[in-house]
Design a protein around this ligand. Sequence first.
Ligand code: ADP
Ligand code: MG
Length: 336
Amino acid sequence: KVLLEVSQLHRRFTPEAAPAVERVSFTLGEGELLALLGPSGCGKTTTLRMIGGFEAPDAGTITLRGRDITRLPPEQRGIGFVFQDYALFPHLNVLDNVKFGLRQMTRPDAIARAEEMLALVGLTGLGRRRPHELSGGQQQRVALARTLAVAPPLILMDEPFSNLDAAMRVETRQEVRKLLNNAGSAGILVTHDQEEAMAMADRIAVIEAGRVVQIGTPDEIYRNPVSAFVASFLGRSNILQGTANGMNVTTAFGNLPLSRAANGAVQLAVRPEQIMLDADPDGAASVVGREFRGHDQLYWVQEGERCMLVISGPGATLAIGERVRMRICDCVVPLS
Ligand code: ADP
Ligand code: MG
């Protein structure tokens, strides 16, 4: 069931500059988590601010549960927002921060609700503390509890984990995913971190220079990126040339199956894990670089003019300078 529909949303800040957001359209289902993924400056925050009502679009419409909210002020949209810097009130304790949005409730009800939310985010007993007495991860959870307390059908999150260290970030993103599920709230997560988007989102909209260039499940986008930009933004890719003929393509690595039909000269994306290396003293390629990563290893393999990035398991280690053969053992992706 469709919760939010964004249609042809457009915003240009100055006549000289390119639009920050260019005719962006997508829909979001009830309870769904969508990531807006793209490099810095591509228009993610501006898109989110227009949905939240903090920025007026030049054109386009925003519909929430069938109601046109394009011109409503933020507080009348019924949408929750989690900011990058948490925006907790430093002079209020944690419990009062969480109960801030519950002014329509009686005081005992608001306190009970706030305590329930603190329990939900794993902060039972910390209600009397001030925000500065909590860790970054705990503050993040207070901000989330405050937003979840009013049970909005949709929560907007702008780089919500950017103030957390790497380990906290991985832990917190799973918690947030669970909390949204339990609350039944849908979410839009703005991030430039492809790993975070893939780990959390049901679907990802990849944004390039103000435009949605691809939207789909993490799996779809990873396996079938539409362009070199998407292929290199979601994970790492090798780019090859080939001549396509329907579902097959002729390349320097022989004849390979394609993930979707194409014809004529094409660029191809090959994931580093799709390439197999066989040690072979007579091989045409040689290992020129190596990075040990514990669970796997990265190799840079040179064959003539071409250098390919390869990921292989933690097992047998190839040495720099060792001669190898490369095989591609999967279908490759034609890029537009
Ligand atoms: P992102 O969140 O993806 O990093 P933003 O939405 O913040 O990108 O910005 C998109 C583009 O719009 C950038 O080029 C930025 O400089 C420009 N921009 C954002 N806000 C304003 C503003 N208030 N006035 C002028 N330009 C802006
Ligand atoms: Mg931003």
